[in-house]
Design a protein around this ligand. Structure first.
Ligand code: BJ8
Length: 425
């Protein structure tokens, strides 16, 4: 029988009424959308277990870590250098930002015409619904987009917040700024954790996080086979869980999935029949539990085989250089790694189109869904360049703007089905 975590949630100060409502809604949704998929890899059982204990066992682990003097650091963005947190014996957790449930709570304070990812996380804090948020000693924000950077000001009044300044341009001045910001971040994290960054602990942390990125990349590249050995939904779920699970355990479990997928590929087995239309998704991140587009695609006769997004390729595209010798060289390697993220917060951001082209060709995708969260100006504007790229390369594309509600699912399905028909003909 599952453990009762109510006392732990009470001690964290959660608002139990709201929390119960959220869990009551998520449980059946997960069962319907994930557990019922045919031919799931056996190794997905671990990830089902993680979801079943998402607010239970994992939170207990975080609290035990804090009990022993460790720190928990909440994040919302790929730019936060998790290697530094890990090196200082902290735990970095990506906080919940993908549920519609908390959006109306945030709208009591924030404008309605704001990105749902921002409203979702702010609502989780305001409504005291997320045990990860309440466990976090500090939330590390970033100045990536206007919405986030302004909301961190509000957040800072109700939770400890540290904001990193992400440059707008990738030239030498931008790199210099990011180098300084890395030093400031290290100093702040050293103070919070009470530990000092050294060559040894940073080298070990870089290796650990690189191993995680490599394991996810293995899983994702195996999807490039036809038939795809794992669904897009499951691949996305693994990616989402990577942001809050224990790094080493997650890596082992993702490698187990990849081992199983290799065998499937060798045997010509897949979750969908060979020849199923293959689509790639590109755009804003899909924070847990946002599975909407993948579910629409995979219930419309197609498979999602790649994601050009932060919950996908942008996370595992590169690893941090492990050959750096001194602490200073390691810091430079971190700077290089993070400056190579092709996020729409940069201007210009043309290298993102190279990523899209690479991933489209490598994955054997036959069409692209450009998916942007509502009111996300950077990605909505870049959508124009992606459309132009698609037209020039004869790539079928639909561009959608969506939020976390169920209101537009019918409309999305119609558009996705039209794309599936186009790539199938
Ligand atoms: S590195 S994509 S995780 S900033 S919150 S920009 S959806 S309006 S999340 Fe992102 Fe880091 Fe870039 Fe990746 Fe738009 Fe919403 Fe802003 Fe968003």
């Amino acid at each position: 029988m599952a453990e009762d975590w109510t006392q732990m949630w009470k001690e964290l100060g959660l608002e139990l009424g709201n929390h119960d409502k959220l869990m009551a809604a998520l449980g059946p949704l997960y069962l319907e959308w994930f557990a019922d998929q045919p031919n799931r890899p056996e190794a997905m059982r671990y990830f089902d277990f993680v979801i079943s204990e998402v607010h239970g066992l994992r939170i207990k682990e975080l609290l035990d870590h804090k009990e022993k003097g460790g720190a928990v650091v909440g994040t919302f963005c790929l730019f936060v250098p998790e290697e530094v947190v890990v090196a200082l014996d902290g735990v970095a957790v990506g906080l919940c930002a993908g549920a519609d449930f908390s959006v109306p709570i945030a709208e009591a304070e924030l404008p309605r015409n704001l990105c749902p990812l921002i409203k979702s996380f702010y609502g989780f804090k305001l409504g005291k619904i997320c045990p990860y948020f309440e466990s976090a000693d500090v939330v590390v924000g970033e100045t990536t987009c206007d919405g986030k950077k302004k909301v961190y000001e509000h957040l800072g009044k109700i939770h400890p917040v540290y904001v990193m300044e992400v440059p707008n341009k990738k030239g030498p001045a931008g790199r210099e700024l990011w180098r300084t910001e890395l030093e400031n971040f290290i100093a702040a994290m050293e103070e919070i954790t009470g530990n000092r960054l050294t060559e040894d602990n940073l080298r070990a942390a870089v290796k650990k996080v690189n191993d995680k990125r490599r394991a996810i990349r293995r899983v994702h590249e195996l999807r490039w086979n036809d038939p795809a050995p794992i669904s897009g939904k499951d691949a996305l779920l693994i990616m989402q869980i990577s942001f809050y699970d224990d790094v080493e355990r997650f890596t082992r479990k993702a490698d187990e999935v990849a081992d199983e997928l290799e065998k499937r590929v060798a045997a010509g087995e897949g979750v969908f029949p060979a020849g199923t239309p293959r689509l790639m998704v590109s755009g804003t991140p899909m924070a847990i539990p946002n599975w909407k587009i993948h579910h629409v695609v995979e219930t419309s006769g197609a498979a999602v085989v790649a994601e050009e997004m932060c919950t996908g390729f942008r996370y595992f595209k590169n690893t941090v250089n492990e050959d750096a010798k001194t602490l200073d060289e390691m810091k430079e390697a971190l700077v290089d790694h993070y400056m190579d993220i092709n996020c729409a917060c940069f201007t210009p951001n043309e290298a993102r189109l190279d990523d899209i082209e690479y991933l489209y060709k490598s994955s054997g995708a036959q069409g692209i869904i450009h998916a942007t969260l509502s009111f996300c100006t950077p990605y909505l504007v870049e959508q124009g360049s992606v459309k132009k790229f698609a037209a020039e390369h004869d790539v079928p594309l639909v561009a959608v703007e969506t939020d976390y509600s169920e209101g537009d699912v019918g409309q999305l399905k119609t558009r996705v089905e039209a794309l599936v028909e186009q790539v199938s003909s």
